[in-house]
Structure formats: structure tokens, C-alpha cells
Design a protein around this ligand. Structure first.
Ligand code: AP5
Ligand code: MG
Length: 191
């Protein structure tokens, strides 16, 4: 089986976590979500978690060193992995360069960046909807949701050009049923 290292990209609420669950099963990949890892640190009340909590509830990004360190630990801990699916990472140019360096050292470069494209109105609707029913503090206020999207536009979206420059960007329409979108993603991966 060929090795696949996928960056699953897109704004807050685009469906990265939802779709990762299907892709992990189908391709036997290791799922690395920096958001999930940070929320686990908060849950466990570690020093890192306590530090990250405030930044996350404001909708801003946590420092690059923190997330790069977490990702490095996870990659080092999974030498047998068929491949990784990076969800919510990288989010800045510094993170993307750090990731390329790490993967180059182990000879497993990113194969594709799948960018889920969803417009802002739909993102806000999805996130506030989830905020009403589940525990994520950063989904509860429209102000924080919009701040997260603004952070994405300013610092994260430019990474599309970075991966486009490497010939790895694939844009995927992220609106439709969850099954439709899974089909679009698997087609892009297999094709
Ligand atoms: P993170 O946890 O990464 O959150 P996010 O990117 O802001 O977005 P979400 O996880 O909310 O969205 P998603 O794209 O995964 O969509 P989902 O599948 O959940 O980051 C949180 C915070 O941590 C950041 O703000 C930052 O502070 C910090 N952080 C994390 N990584 C960092 C990094 N690398 N650098 C610095 N800071 C970092 O779906 C959303 C909702 O929509 C769900 O309710 C879902 O059921 C629904 N949905 C999914 N698909 C569909 C569909 N097709 N139609 C309708 N609804 C749908
Ligand atoms: Mg997510």
C-alpha cells in the first residue's frame, strides 16, 4: 500500500474532524488534530493546557512552538504509521515549514493538501449550532466564531499558496451531505 500523508485543510467548521474519521478508517491513517490534542491537555489540566485554554477561548492561535512540539512527539511515537492525516495543522507558514522539515527527515513528505471550501455564512451556522448543544467553549459566541474565521483568513489561508507551489493543493467543495463530501475526498485521494 502506498504511503499517504494528507493535510486536511479548511476554515473552522469546514468539516475537517468529521471527514477525518472516515478517511482514517478507509486508509488506515493516524489522525493528528492539534485542536483535539490541545483540548485533551485542557481536560487533563496540564500546564500546557492551562496556558492554551485562554488563547483558545478567545479564538486566537496558540504559539507555533507549542503545536509543532505536540506534532513532533506524535510523529516520533508512530514510526509504523502508514501515513498521517493532519487536521487543523499546519495553520501558519512557520508550522508548514516545520512540518516539511520533520517529514523530510523520515522520508515521508506530504502527498496532498485537501482544502475544504465552505463560505463564511455556512461556517458560522454550523459552529453556533454545535455550540448550542455541545461543550466547545469557542463555539458559543458569534464573536469568537468570527474571530476564529478571521484568524484563518489572515494566517492560515495563505498556506494554500504554499502547497500550491509544491503542486499539492486540491480544492474540494465542502458543502453538501457528509457522504457527498467523503466521496469527493476519496476520489481526490485515489485519483
Ligand atoms: P480546532 O480544534 O482545529 O478547530 P477549528 O479548526 O477552529 O474548527 P473545528 O474543529 O471546529 O471545525 P472542523 O473543520 O473540524 O469541522 P467539524 O468536522 O468539527 O482548533 C481550535 C483552536 O485550537 C484554535 O482556534 C486555536 O486556538 C487552537 N489550535 C488548534 N490547532 C492549532 C494550530 N495548528 N496552531 C495554533 N493554534 C491551534 O464540523 C463542524 C460542525 O459542522 C460539526 O457540528 C459537524 O457536525 C458539522 N458538519 C460537518 N460536516 C457538515 C456538512 N457537510 N454539512 C453540515 N454540517 C456539517
Ligand atoms: Mg476540528
Amino acid at each position: 500500500m502506498s504511503k499517504r500523508n494528507i493535510v486536511l485543510f479548511g476554515p473552522p467548521g469546514a468539516g475537517k474532524g468529521t471527514q477525518s474519521a472516515f478517511l482514517v478508517k478507509r486508509y488506515g491513517l493516524v489522525h493528528l488534530s492539534t485542536g483535539d490534542l490541545l483540548r485533551a491537555e485542557i481536560q487533563a489540566e496540564t500546564p500546557l493546557g492551562l496556558q492554551a485554554q485562554e488563547v483558545m477561548s478567545s479564538g486566537e492561535l496558540v504559539p507555533d512552538e507549542v503545536v509543532v512540539g505536540m506534532i513532533k512527539n506524535r510523529i516520533d511515537a508512530s514510526p509504523e504509521a502508514q501515513g498521517f492525516i493532519f487536521d487543523g495543522f499546519p495553520r501558519t507558514l512557520a508550522q508548514a515549514e516545520a512540518l516539511d522539515n520533520m517529514l523530510q527527515k523520515i522520508g515521508k513528505p506530504i502527498s496532498v493538501m485537501l482544502s475544504l471550501e465552505v463560505e463564511e455564512q455556512e461556517l458560522v451556522k454550523r459552529l453556533l449550532n454545535r455550540g448550542a448543544t455541545s461543550g466547545r467553549t469557542d463555539d458559543r459566541s458569534e464573536e469568537v466564531v468570527r474571530k476564529r474565521i478571521a484568524e484563518y483568513r489572515a494566517k492560515t489561508e495563505p498556506l494554500k499558496s504554499y502547497y500550491e507551489g509544491q503542486g499539492k493543493l486540491r480544492k474540494i467543495d465542502g458543502v453538501g451531505t457528509i457522504e457527498d463530501i467523503t466521496r469527493r475526498l476519496t476520489k481526490a485521494i485515489d485519483g
